[in-house]
Design a protein around this ligand. Structure first.
Ligand SMILES: CC(C)(CNC(=O)c1ccc(Oc2ccccc2)cc1)c1ccc2c(N)nc(N)nc2n1
Length: 326
């Protein structure tokens, strides 16, 4: 390897590490200025020597020309949906059914339900090769070009594994507010909520637009069963996904009983306004895969998971109160 090639390899390694620390772990190692200086150096070296461009170089995140349209993608494993619970009684029913089926020696994992767009990411030998929307659960749209622009999506994993993962793409609240200020200044229709803004951004045919929207992701499942990775619980799976380079939401918690689940839900019902992103509920999953296998699936969703949904925004009742007090 000549000196230039060595420097390109070194810059790829450094920028991958710095990018992961900043966008995935939310723990920057270098200043933005230092990161940009190194990125500009790599862009210049790649321009002089295109043969040195790595497919997963950070300079390759914002792809080429706009697409004509999106291709269809059939998911290797269908992206299942979650059944819903709207109150404590329905959650206790869910718990009762599980206890009847598998006895009482089980625990739950509770996760925040991010209010974004469900996505599926495919990696071959550790390299990001395809990303798609959920679609109808079986067939989605190929939005690889747009997903590559999301800095929290690793272009190369820390292990050369072939894996398909599921997660949520979302727009942080701050980015949503800033985007709508700009849209209103430009006389454009503001987005109604961050979820619509994220969906609208990922439906763009020009990746440069998606790249400008400051989207992020949390990964919460693998496609298919986890046993094939020698992992026997959902909590361990989330830790594994994190170690190989995926962003995993840190607010997850192991809950031994449904009362602990209810306490977690109460905590996040209070804390929700202070989160930097929107959530529309709490996902509750039986933790051990052996138990998940015993419980199985209905036609469209697992029997071992449920989404507790927060009540719809109370803004309507506030209006009602004002009318009533007049
Ligand atoms: C539980 C699951 C439905 C994902 N799981 C799957 O899609 C899935 C897919 C094949 C599986 O196993 C199979 C293996 C072989 C054949 C069929 C299924 C298991 C789970 C789900 C759905 C939405 C979620 C959400 N919005 N937020 C969080 N935090 N978690 C979520 N989890």
């Amino acid at each position: 390897m000549n000196d230039k090639e060595k420097r390109v390899a070194e810059l790829n390694k450094l920028l991958h590490e710095y990018g992961h620390a900043y966008y995935v772990l939310d723990k920057p190692i270098v200043t933005d200025a230092e990161y940009d200086r190194l990125l500009q150096e790599l862009i210049a070296l790649e321009k002089e020597n295109p043969e040195f461009i790595y497919p997963d170089s950070p300079t390759q995140r914002v792809g080429g020309k706009p697409l004509e349209g999106f291709q269809k993608v059939t998911h290797t494993y269908s992206m299942l949906s979650l059944s819903n619970a709207f109150n404590e009684e329905e959650l206790r029913d869910f718990d009762r059914k599980i206890r009847q089926a598998i006895g009482s020696d089980y625990s739950y994992v509770c996760e925040l339900k991010i209010d974004g767009l469900a996505i599926s990411l495919k990696y071959e030998n550790g390299v990001f090769v395809q990303g798609a929307t959920r679609g109808d659960g079986t067939v989605g749209e190929d939005i690889t070009m747009n997903l590559k622009t999301i800095r929290s999506i690793p272009l190369r994993l820390k292990e050369p594994v072939t894996i398909e993962v599921r997660g949520e793409a979302y727009m942080p609240k701050k980015s949503f507010e800033n985007l709508n200020i700009v849209r209103e200044e430009n006389g454009e229709e503001p987005f109604a909520n961050p979820r619509n803004a994220a969906a609208g951004s990922l439906r763009q045919l020009d990746p440069k637009v998606a790249a400008s929207r400051n989207l992020s992701t949390f990964i919460y499942a693998i496609g298919g069963d986890g046993e094939s990775y020698g992992i026997d619980s959902h909590a361990e799976m989330l830790d594994y996904l994190q170690t190989i380079g995926f962003p995993s939401n840190k607010e997850r918690q192991l809950c031994a009983t449904i009362d602990d689940v209810l306490a977690f839900i109460n905590k996040w019902t209070e804390e929700r306004p202070n989160l930097p992103y929107e959530i529309d509920g709490i996902v509750v999953k039986v933790n051990r895969y052996a138990h998940q296998d015993e419980l199985g699936f209905t036609a469209k969703s697992p029997r071992w998971a449920i989404a507790y949904k927060f009540p719809a925004e109370e803004v309507t009742t506030k209006v009602l109160d004002i009318e009533l007090t007049v």
